[in-house]
Design a protein around this ligand. Structure first.
Ligand code: GLN
Length: 447
């Protein structure tokens, strides 16, 4: 813990932490030390973990990087925090992110952007940018993020880490500040596949506080990492043969395909012609859910309040107007629009139908293949400010990650080394619902 405190101090300028939990982390570290000496320590004893600032931890502040939650202290712990602590992990602080996890560059945070440690003029990715940089710059061993449409995988890809999102329903969402509830999942950012596997083993599994969690048994992922065999992998053709894909990412992915072949796996290029519908469907559905989820921030129940307001209505309006940032407002407006009486059928319902179509197509592919392969991002980390003027450009950058989110399948971003400017490159592997074990095994062998 002392080592990580030092690293955090040294890397303050990267802006990865919204708050360091000096007192509670030190206390927990001492407690764990004693348990280790007594031989009673849990599976994560001494593992120092940062949590994204949208994950609730009893008696600690949580802000979702928004002015709206200014000063809010959580009255309870999320299930994931409870499970980390019960296995003797040490939670070192809360990590910067896009406001309410809405963004792909960590630039919508009320606390300012996180800088990529490899090139400080570049973004960390988002929305879990703080989580990625905290692991990248050795400010904690592993970090929790949340992934609604790529927010763990994309920043991991920009920072050279392993970003893992489980099946929807594998990990409890209890105590996670909601963005789009039918997409949100907690994910991990780590430097090794075995850490990701061990964390999932602890975090996953049934929870009476979240009825969307699956009751399927949780395998001991980390202990079975070496079993493998010859697998069938479908490369999603349109994602690779695409002019928008950065040439160095393409070359790195083609090389990774050769590696997988040399490890005995069978690779085939398969057409996936729904690519154009991915981003529109994702943004219609997630903004709709967000507009509903964020209606609870009314200036009365949580965090920020305009104390000058003269009437109740005015209190709601001004607190929301002043508490939310631009991107969050844009999404609440869009979501309210697609749900409104005259447009519901044309947008929201249509997007739900498209989601079903995408899910069916993905399941059909995964009936014949064990894994799907695609890029994580169309480009390496871009410059801070570069994509902020045009939200559509920013949204389109999610094109490869939202597939797994729309279909609810597990996916991992794996590092493939760096380009000529030293920026990390990566590849994405996806698999069937609840097939995390095989995804870990393939990744473990591949890396
Ligand atoms: N970039 C995507 C978005 O802005 C993904 C965000 C996320 O997964 N939380 O919605």
């Amino acid at each position: 813990t002392a080592h990580y405190f030092e690293q955090i101090e040294k890397n303050q300028h990267l802006n990865a932490f919204n708050e360091v939990f000096f007192d509670s982390a030190t206390k927990q570290a001492n407690l764990v030390q004693q348990k280790i000496e007594n031989g009673t320590a849990g599976k994560l004893a001494g593992m120092v973990i940062g949590i994204k600032d949208n994950i609730c931890y009893l008696d600690h502040k949580v802000s979702a990087s928004s002015k709206m939650l200014d000063g809010f202290v959580s009255p309870y712990s999320s299930t994931v925090v409870q499970r980390l602590l019960s296995e003797d992990a040490i939670i070192i602080g809360r990590l910067n992110c896009d406001e309410f996890a809405m963004g792909g560059s960590n630039e919508t945070s009320y606390f300012g952007p996180v800088k990529n440690a490899i090139d400080e003029e570049r973004v960390a990715g988002g929305s879990s940018g703080g989580s990625a940089v905290a692991v990248q710059a050795d400010m904690c061993l592993a970090a929790l993020g949340t992934d609604t449409g790529g927010s763990v995988r994309q920043p991991a890809a920009f920072c050279g880490n392993i970003g893992f999102k489980p099946t929807y329903g594998r990990i409890s969402r209890y105590g996670i500040i909601a963005y789009a509830s039918s997409f949100d999942q907690v994910g991990t950012i780590t430097s090794s596949v075995s850490d990701a596997a061990l964390l999932l083993e602890i975090l996953a599994g049934v929870d009476e506080a979240d009825s969307t969690v699956s009751s399927l048994p949780v395998p001991r992922y980390a202990q079975n990492l070496t079993q493998s065999g010859k697998k069938k992998i479908a490369v999603l053709k349109e994602t690779i043969e695409n002019d928008a894909l950065d040439p160095e990412i393409k070359t790195a992915i083609l090389n990774s395909i050769e590696t997988l072949k040399s490890q005995g796996h069978e690779i085939e290029y398969m057409s996936f012609d729904l690519l154009d519908y991915m981003v529109p469907a994702y943004y219609v559905l997630t903004t709709a859910e967000a507009s509903s989820n964020l209606s609870r921030y009314d200036g009365v129940h949580y965090g920020y309040r305009n104390t000058q307001a003269e009437s109740l209505n005015n209190l709601y309006k001004t607190s929301r107007a002043e508490g939310f940032g631009e991107e969050v407002k844009r999404r609440i407006l869009l979501g309210t629009f697609v749900l409104s009486a005259g447009y519901y059928d044309a947008y929201y319902q249509k997007a739900q139908q498209v989601r079903r179509l995408i899910r069916d197509r993905v399941e059909a592919l995964l009936a014949d293949y064990d894994f799907l392969l695609s890029p994580v991002t169309p480009t390496p980390a871009f410059k801070i400010g570069e994509n902020m003027q045009d939200p559509l450009v920013m949204y389109m950058a999610d094109i490869y990650t939202v597939l797994a989110s729309l279909a609810g399948i597990p996916a991992v971003a794996l590092p493939l080394g760096n380009n000529k400017d030293g920026l990390p490159l990566s590849v994405q592997l996806m698999t069937k619902h609840f097939n995390e074990q095989e995804l870990f095994n393939l990744s473990y062998r591949f890396l």
